[in-house]
Design a protein around this ligand. Structure first.
Ligand code: ZN
Length: 162
């Protein structure tokens, strides 16, 4: 699913990307605060993205003009994922194997050791077998400690969403 997230939902946006979803986060774009609501609605409409917002007024505005919108109330990112699942009427899937770059939403591609050897620390190069490179910003990822966090979050979410 494709989403566009408001300025309060940066953490949710990064998690959804790690979970394999295409998320535009307004905080990544250089949009003045006064224009953010209009840009959010425009992106949702033009790119057929589900609006994620914790602003009830904006949520209602989106609904009035026929834009799909999920109103998010929880402060906890797993709780937010559960809410989005419920509000979208279908379960948000967590597919770490399809992760997108949490920083820029670019698609990750498997990269060989030889491609990353000058970039990642030697200890990491030795310890890890698989690396991914962001096709957009070039950042390199591997299954570090954050991987465990992702898997833990996924299992907590799966239990909550039932
Ligand atoms: Zn990136």
């Amino acid at each position: 699913m494709k989403f566009v997230a408001d300025g309060m939902l940066g953490k949710l946006a990064r998690w959804l990307r790690l979970a394999g979803h295409d998320v535009t986060y307004i905080g990544d774009l250089r949009v003045p605060a006064s224009e953010q609501d209009d840009v959010l609605l425009e992106l949702a409409k033009l790119e057929r993205r589900v609006l994620l917002t914790c602003d009830l007024v904006l949520h209602r505005r989106a609904k009035r003009v026929g834009i799909r919108s999920a109103y998010v109330e929880s402060n906890d990112v797993v709780g937010q994922l559960v809410e989005v699942s419920k509000r979208c009427g279908r379960r948000i899937r967590i597919e770490p194997e399809n992760s997108r770059c949490p920083m820029c939403n670019g698609q990750l591609k498997l990269a060989g050791k030889s491609e990353v050897k000058d970039i990642v620390p030697a200890t990491v190069l030795k310890a890890q077998r698989e690396f991914w490179r962001c096709g957009n910003c070039g950042k390199i990822y591997w299954h570090g400690t954050h991987w465990k966090t992702i898997l833990e979050m996924a299992s907590r979410y799966n239990r909550m969403v039932g």
